[in-house]
Design a protein around this ligand. Structure first.
Ligand code: ADP
Ligand code: MG
Length: 310
């Protein structure tokens, strides 16, 4: 798929900022653009219609959900448009990037140029750059995790399961607060029987065991991914990719295998380890945030002691 050109976006009153690919995923490329009239910058997510033919309803979910949510920690969508081949969504532009950028430090500088644009190096906790990744300062990790809990609480309260929680989808604003982005897998469960769904989706390293099986699952999958995300923030590595593998099938097998045990680095504090272990409970009824104590038990966990929730 060719990159967006000036011509592509001119008809929407936008201009591309040179060299400004902010990121990309399986179906989309995100560009930095400028609105001609106001000179204001936005992030433009461009999705090829051909690549989403089989899941157009999902894409429309992303459009509808981000358009209707106003929450300080959720990315704001300003507009959406389309041409013959593409869908375009216009979001807040967040120059600090996502939590993987924060983890990688100066990752935004790690770009290679090509054809007038730059493309982001693949940054994965287990890719080639893994050896350069270390965990965040614990206080900073707690600060991010606490905000993500508030977003999940809000989304679930509104019937929305997010389904793709990972550092790459959590953006950071200029003051350092989080903005959850990428609602490409989010779904509204409000009108479904028992508020359950069955579609297997997400990102292999972050997917909950109940998502892998076909009996149906609900909001609990987001708390599992929160456990994985917390591990990644504190260590710079993914829990189910060690011992090292890049095979998603192996990762998923480890996730569902009740006998497979995660390795925790010796420097991790006991409270942090317990927090992660209680989120990575394979039986979702026993998982922190999903069991009887609900999200309040999660917020009052000792690892998050001292967070001013109000
Ligand atoms: P995909 O569904 O293809 O994963 P995302 O919405 O997650 O698309 O965007 C891909 C990447 O682009 C993100 O991981 C992030 O690094 C970057 N990105 C997305 N939205 C913005 C934004 N509003 N501001 C800055 N960077 C962004
Ligand atoms: Mg994404």
């Amino acid at each position: 798929i060719r990159n967006a050109s000036e011509e592509d976006v001119k008809e929407f009153g936008l201009s591309l900022i040179k060299g400004a690919i902010l990121g990309s995923g399986a179906f989309s490329v995100v560009y930095e653009v400028c609105e001609e009239r106001s000179k204001r910058k936005f992030a433009m997510k461009r999705i090829a219609k051909s690549s989403v033919d089989h899941c157009r309803s999902h894409i429309l979910c992303e459009q509808k959900i981000t358009r209707n949510i106003t929450h300080p920690f959720v990315i704001r969508q300003y507009a959406s448009f389309q041409d013959k081949k593409h869908l375009y969504f216009l979001f807040d532009y967040l120059p600090s990037g996502d939590l993987m950028d924060v983890l990688c430090g100066e990752a935004r500088l790690m770009r290679t140029s090509g054809g007038g644009f730059t493309s982001c190096l693949k940054r994965s906790g287990d890719g080639e750059n893994a050896k350069f990744l270390v965990g965040l300062d614990e206080k900073l990790a707690q600060f991010y995790v606490a905000q993500i809990i508030l977003v999940l609480e809000y989304l679930h309260w509104n019937g929305i399961v997010y389904r793709d929680l990972k550092p790459e989808n959590v953006l950071v604003d200029e003051r350092g607060f989080v903005k959850l982005g990428d609602f490409g897998f989010a779904k509204n469960l409000k009108n479904l029987p028992e508020e359950k769904t069955t579609t297997f989706c997400g990102t292999p390293g972050y997917v909950a065991p109940e998502n892998v099986f076909t009996q149906g699952y609900s909001y609990s999958v987001d708390f599992w991914s929160l456990g994985v995300l917390t591990y990644v923030l504190l260590t710079g590595k993914q829990p189910f990719n060690q011992p090292r593998t890049n095979d998603p099938m192996v990762v998923v097998q480890r996730i569902v295998d009740p006998h497979w045990e995660i390795q925790y680095p010796p420097y991790m504090k006991p409270a942090a380890k317990e927090f992660i272990q209680e989120l990575l409970q394979r039986e979702h009824q026993k998982r922190l945030g999903c069991r009887e104590g609900g999200v309040l038990e999660l917020k009052t966990h000792k690892w998050l002691k001292g967070i001013p929730w109000e």
